[in-house]
Design a protein around this ligand. Structure first.
Ligand code: HEC
Length: 135
């Protein structure tokens, strides 16, 4: 009887976990391609490493693991900004200076990136790509 009660408690805890997970998944309903939801939940997700320019290639190499779909940066930013623009590449408000400062000093949960990881020259190219030609 005691064992049964223990099992019941354990099952209850499991059910509670499930509920939280489901609650989070449902929370704000982001647009189709916000990068904060796995599209094929059963098959997992293949990271998008595609690029069409050398600058985009650098971004994919240095930042994409966190800032493309389902990356830690995208998912965390979705709580701070409109989930539609949680992916840095979908934003129009980023300036070069802001991107460089964020990367060099770190910001919130993002660790700072040292010159050994991404050189000044590389970061300048990435900043230009994200700022879309703005200063
Ligand atoms: C290890 C994962 C990781 C990597 C790699 C990473 N970032 Fe981030 N980034 C984050 C996280 C997480 C946040 C959200 C920080 C927060 O709000 O707490 C963030 C936020 C940012 C922001 C701030 C956006 C805003 O609205 O304030 C910028 C800009 C940014 N990252 C640029 C970059 C660039 C450029 C690179 C590549 C050179 C890069 N990040 C690489 C995790 C990462």
């Amino acid at each position: 009887m005691r064992r049964l009660a223990l099992i019941a408690v354990a099952l209850g805890a499991l059910a509670a976990c499930k509920q939280t997970a489901a609650g989070n998944a449902v929370a704000p309903a982001p647009e189709a391609n916000s990068g904060t939801q796995v599209k094929n939940a059963t098959g997992g997700m293949i990271p998008d490493r595609s690029y069409k320019s050398p600058a985009e290639h650098l971004f994919v190499d240095k930042c994409g693991m966190c800032h493309r779909a389902m990356g830690m940066g995208t998912v965390i930013l979705a709580r701070r900004v409109d989930p539609k623009i949680a992916m840095l590449e979908q934003r129009n408000d980023l300036t070069r200076d802001y991107v460089i400062t964020a990367a060099r000093n770190g910001i919130g949960n993002m660790p700072r990136m040292q010159r050994g990881e991404v050189s000044d020259q590389q970061l300048a190219v990435i900043a230009g790509y994200l700022a879309k030609g703005k200063p």
